[in-house]
Design a protein around this ligand. Structure first.
Ligand SMILES: Cc1ncc(COP(=O)(O)O)c(C=O)c1O
Length: 407
């Protein structure tokens, strides 16, 4: 017989287009969450360039598979910067980690493990709480891992343009015991609003009393304040309070390694034996997910973190990025205030990290896009890295016009 049968059955099912694909949401356009220089360009950190060359010139390196859980020196160093050199959990040998494909991979492996093994061996009905609003992928990652009861907790108070601490604590008080809470370690995405240390203490107290599980998402360590230690304060405080927890780390932003897909899932358990048992289950999950992780990003991060000199250079590079964002915040705020733009603009400098909730309403956003060709999310969220010393005046004047002309 020659040629295919006349009416061959299609092998690929006909499906409808996924909602979210191709529109302007984070999931469709992840580069919206990337750093840009004052020239509006992507930035390869100088320390990363240097280490890449070291790796390229190191004839002892090869392309053999990495272990399923990843490069040991990467995992140990990555967890160390999350938990701190003097972490009681590290000293007591009750931490473990999994190298992952970005922060997303760490969240996914953690979610998959929790669904299988968190509290008994079927957790599809265990409530998972996500802040309102949150990085959009949180919901999808936990849904795809099989959780059926995804809930939101209060976080953003639009009127106050700040944290709704009361609502948040109230939701924690009412959550069923053993619920899982996704917490942004720093630089909350998308609001840029973090709890203060005192507020974190209140959150930890309720979570401890109500047996709630903290799953930290740390995607911006160092990027938020310019200090690695400051940005890891909440995670370290929870560890010092004796919590067992997960912490998903991303090195996409703070190393600028977006397309190398390098992340780490740190597990803090109650003892070494328990952590090893958890890791053995995670190894099984990784084996069927990506089998073993890629090496380039992990080598870059491990080499940098292990050398005191490269580590110092990296901290300096991270500070360069954080400082540029902080400068754009203060410059935008001072321009709006000197223009006398109606409303208060202190939230622009009080928010932290790459994103800002400007407070512009959907109609004002539409005006900015249609009349001024300044593109931002319908929620009023902007990436501060879109601002440069060259466009600040234009953006500030446009916000002023939008706010004064459109209610
Ligand atoms: C809060 C948050 N978590 C996780 C991630 C994912 O990071 P990665 O690109 O390393 O998967 C991002 C990226 O935008 C994020 O903002």
């Amino acid at each position: 017989p020659t040629g295919p049968p006349a009416a061959a059955t299609p092998r690929v099912p006909r499906v409808s287009k996924a909602t979210g694909a191709g529109d302007t949401r984070d999931t469709a356009l992840p580069f919206l969450a990337a750093y840009r220089t004052d020239e509006g360009q992507p930035w390869v950190l100088p320390v990363v360039r240097k280490v890449e060359q070291m790796i390229a010139n190191d004839a002892s390196l090869n392309h053999e598979y990495l272990p399923i859980l990843g490069l040991p020196e990467f995992r140990a160093n990555a967890s160390r910067i999350a938990l701190g050199d003097d972490s009681p959990a590290i000293k007591e040998n009750r931490i473990g980690s999994v190298q992952s494909l970005g922060g997303t991979g760490a969240l996914r492996i953690g979610a998959e493990f929790l669904r299988r093994w968190y509290n008994g061996n079927n957790n599809t009905a265990t409530p998972v709480y996500i802040s309102s609003p949150s990085w959009e992928n949180h919901n999808s990652v936990f849904v795809d891992a099989g959780f059926k009861d995804i809930r939101t907790y209060h976080y953003w108070d639009a009127a106050k343009r700040g944290l709704d601490l009361h609502g948040l604590l109230d939701d924690m008080e009412k959550a069923p015991e053993f619920s899982i809470f996704i917490l942004h370690a720093c630089a909350h995405n998308p609001t840029g609003t973090d709890p203060t240390p005192d507020e974190w203490k209140q959150i930890a107290a309720v979570m401890k009393r109500r047996f709630l599980f903290p799953f930290f998402d740390s995607a911006y360590q160092g990027f938020a304040s310019g200090s690695l230690d400051k940005d890891a304060w909440a995670v370290r405080y929870f560890v010092s309070e004796g919590f067992e927890l997960f912490c998903a780390q991303s090195f996409s932003k703070n190393f600028g390694l977006y397309n190398e897909r390098v992340g780490n899932l740190t597990v803090v358990g109650k003892d070494a034996d328990n952590v090893q048992r958890v890791l053995s289950q995670m190894e099984k999950i990784v084996r069927t997910t990506w089998s073993n992780p890629p090496s380039q990003g992990a080598r870059i991060v491990a080499t940098t973190l292990a050398s005191p000199q490269l580590f110092a250079e990296w901290k300096d590079n991270v500070k360069t990025m954080a400082d540029r964002v902080l400068l754009m915040r203060s410059e935008l705020r001072s321009r709006l205030e000197s223009l006398g733009t109606p409303g208060t603009w202190n939230h622009i400098t009080e928010q932290i990290g790459m994103f800002s909730f400007t407070g512009l309403n959907p109609k004002q956003v539409e005006y900015m896009i249609k009349e001024k060709h300044i593109y931002l999310m319908a929620s009023g969220r902007i990436n501060m890295c879109g601002l440069t010393t060259k466009n600040l005046d234009y953006v500030a004047k446009s916000i002023h016009e939008a706010v004064t002309k459109i209610q």
